[in-house]
Write a protein that binds this ligand. Structure first.
Ligand code: ZN
Length: 456
């Protein structure tokens, strides 16, 4: 999908602060469980972290005397890195257009889209709800196991809940690398182009929507020619969508070390097809996976992984292993963002961005990677960002002792704890934000989307 970049003031939330990033956490913490490391599954493993960074990972590691050890009884996964989203739109419930489109330029012109989506979105932003919308979307993201996002539109909403890689990647201690996010390549100005090239020249990344449409759509395919014409077929650039790309295009991308960010659910719902990821894999294109937006994509990365796993199982032969799917949301995404040395892996020196899953199902013979791509939002037991407790089950969070007072969010009927607090005198709870957004949306006969769709 696409969104307009808007800048509005958000004075109502100048006092918002997120308590989790205000507290230093000096004592080492050891989380035990089944650990997904860069070299594979470590059963009965431990992740030791301190001061925001992972110190050691393994089956038998020595722990400092003052370590607090927490047995998670779960699967420890690197926090998901979402390189394709449009945060403010995730307040909307699913949009079911009941037809397939040629390209995004088609559905953006439809009256039904303007009535149900663009009109209310524009008005909510104009009325000053943009920061509320972004905060709601960030809670949605962490409830789906995400620790890093892109695609916000407002830089001045105060402290963030998740890492916003395109705004403030240093949040929680990770070093910064410029990440430029572009939605409309045809409209890219010379100034924007120069900014993107500057980022790329300094080891940053450009994540750019290209070839979003049906596999044979001409306008979608033309965007790839534009990308090449502007000298952007190069390392550090990642194509978002790429549905209309041909195998020859994908081979060119592999040679240039240009990445691909795959969003299968939104592609299939809007266009009836998705990127030729089998050809991309055969060509050697580095790929990440991300949810796009929740109205036609997924509520977050965990749900998108579920969708991808189901899609994958229907291919003959399957394109990806479960491990490859998990890595597309973690290590690969970190590489495409230029942050492969700080984010996306449970390994010493990396930021302590950790997701703990307690899967509701784990059939015999299936490994932890299978469980990770078949878990849902109810199974998210803990999310830490830079070692700080952000979200999870109260039973796990209470083990930390140093965790701040937590707010609450309800996901699929399950109450989760959430580090979402308004600051000083103007105390805002997550529930108050939900209530305000739902009231605003109800003026358009719409209602606030749930944090996650739930399988029954
Ligand atoms: Zn998009």
């Amino acid at each position: 999908m696409a969104t307009m970049i808007r800048r509005t003031t958000c004075s109502l939330f100048l006092f918002l602060s997120i308590a989790c990033f205000c507290s230093a956490q000096n004592a080492p913490i050891a989380l035990t469980g089944t650990v997904l490391t860069p070299s594979g599954v470590v059963e009965n493993g431990t992740v030791l972290f301190q001061n925001g960074k992972i110190v050691a990972v393994g089956e038998k590691i020595s722990l400092p005397a003052n370590t607090r050890t927490i047995d998670t009884h779960g699967i420890l996964v690197p926090g998901f890195i979402d390189l394709h989203n449009h945060l403010t739109w995730n307040v909307f419930p699913r949009w079911k257009p009941m037809e397939e489109f040629g390209s995004r330029y088609d559905w953006q012109q439809k009256s039904i889209y303007k009535v149900l989506m663009d009109g209310p979105h524009h008005q909510l932003v104009a009325e000053g709800y943009e920061c509320d919308m972004e905060r709601y979307a960030e809670v949605k993201a962490v409830s789906e196991g995400e620790t890093s996002v892109v695609g916000g539109t407002h830089q001045d909403c105060g402290p963030r809940l998740a890492r916003n890689l395109d705004f403030d990647p240093r949040l929680g201690g990770a070093p910064s690398a410029p990440v430029v996010y572009n939605v409309f390549p045809f409209q890219m100005s010379e100034e924007e182009l120069a900014s993107a090239r500057g980022a790329l020249d300094h080891g940053g990344a450009l994540l750019i929507h290209v070839a979003e449409g049906a596999p044979n759509d001409a306008s979608a395919a033309r965007e790839f020619a534009m990308l090449k014409g502007r000298g952007l077929l190069r390392k550090g650039v990642s194509v978002i969508h790429g549905v209309a790309l041909k195998p020859d295009d994908l081979r060119e991308m592999a040679i240039a070390e240009t990445g691909l960010i795959w969003s299968p659910r939104s592609n299939l719902e809007l266009y009836g097809g998705t990127a030729n990821v089998a050809a991309a894999k055969a060509a050697g294109v580095e790929m990440a996976i991300a949810p796009d937006w929740s109205p036609t994509g997924s509520d977050g990365t965990l749900a998108e992984l579920n969708f991808a796993a189901t899609w994958n199982a229907g291919q003959t032969p399957p394109v990806f292993t479960d491990r490859e799917l998990v890595e597309m949301a973690t290590r690969n995404a970190a590489r495409l963002a230029g942050m492969e040395h700080t984010l996306g892996s449970l390994a010493p020196g990396y930021a302590a961005d950790i997701l703990v899953l307690r899967p509701h199902q784990q059939p015999a013979g299936k490994d932890a990677y299978w469980s990770a791509v078949h878990s849902d939002a109810r199974d998210v037991a803990l999310v830490t960002i830079g070692g700080e407790v952000i979200y999870g089950d109260g039973s796990v969070i209470s083990e930390f002792k140093t965790a701040p007072a937590m707010d609450h969010a309800t996901v699929c009927g399950t109450v989760k704890e959430l580090s979402f607090r308004a600051g000083s005198e103007k105390r805002e709870t997550f529930e108050s934000v939900e209530t305000r957004l739902d009231r605003a949306l109800s003026e358009w006969s719409r209602h606030l989307a749930p944090l996650a769709e739930c399988s029954q």
